[in-house]
Ligand binder design. Structure first.
Ligand code: MN
Length: 211
């Protein structure tokens, strides 16, 4: 059975950039529904219910075909949101600003400087048509920016070639449920605000773990 993880901070901690009501709906309703639907899809398939969700989305091809689409969507939804909560944090704490250490060096190596990276990532998030995610991914230390549709993850072999098998370092949810209450159709404003709550300590750990 998969379970809904608690947020690693309070629902109000991302204010004023991400509002409390959105965090409640996003975590307690949307993420919870992905978990419930995933468990429902895999009822009777014990070997998959025992997996770590990241292992599950890496192995979609092994999932019985009749439930594979449901597992792709809801397993992806569970994996992506579980990850997303961890890479954010209170702007009053360590979040926002710029990363440091090896991660900053890698960003400079791949994009020139941090501001260029930030602009390119924002453009990928803004330019993604419809529901999906923007990602900073690592391929043995080499960084790139990709976007995926719906709840697809770069961990999965289900995404297009060139995007798969990469390790997520940072992610941004651009589904309307992530921002519509506060920002309505202004996705660009949501993206700009979101940078203030990026927890670079966690992103740096993700990068160093993936090396
Ligand atoms: Mn979401």
């Amino acid at each position: 059975m998969f379970t809904l993880p608690d947020l690693p901070y309070d629902y109000s901690d991302l204010e004023p950039y991400i509002d409390t009501e959105t965090m409640h709906l996003h975590h307690d309703k949307h993420h919870a529904a992905y978990v419930a639907n995933l468990n429902d899809a895999l009822a009777g398939h014990e070997e998959f219910l025992k997996m770590d969700v990241e292992e599950l989305v890496r192995n979609l091809a092994k999932v019985p075909e009749e439930v594979r689409t449901k597992v792709r969507n809801n397993g992806g939804g569970h994996a992506n949101h579980s990850f997303f909560w961890t890479i954010m944090g209170p702007a009053s704490g360590a979040a926002g600003g710029q990363p440091s250490g090896k991660l900053l060096e890698a960003i400079k190596g791949s994009f020139g400087d941090f501001t260029v990276f930030q602009e390119k990532f924002s453009q990928a998030a803004l330019g993604h048509f419809g529901s999906g995610w923007a990602w900073l991914v690592s391929d043995k230390g080499k960084l790139s920016i990709v976007d995926t549709a719906n709840q697809d993850t770069p961990l999965s072999e289900a995404v297009p070639a060139g995007r798969q098998g990469k390790t997520p370092i940072l992610a941004l949810d651009v589904w309307e449920h992530a921002y519509y209450l506060k920002y309505q159709n202004r996705r660009a404003d949501y993206i700009k605000a979101w940078w203030n709550v990026v927890n670079w300590n966690e992103v740096r750990k993700n990068y160093e773990t993936a090396l």
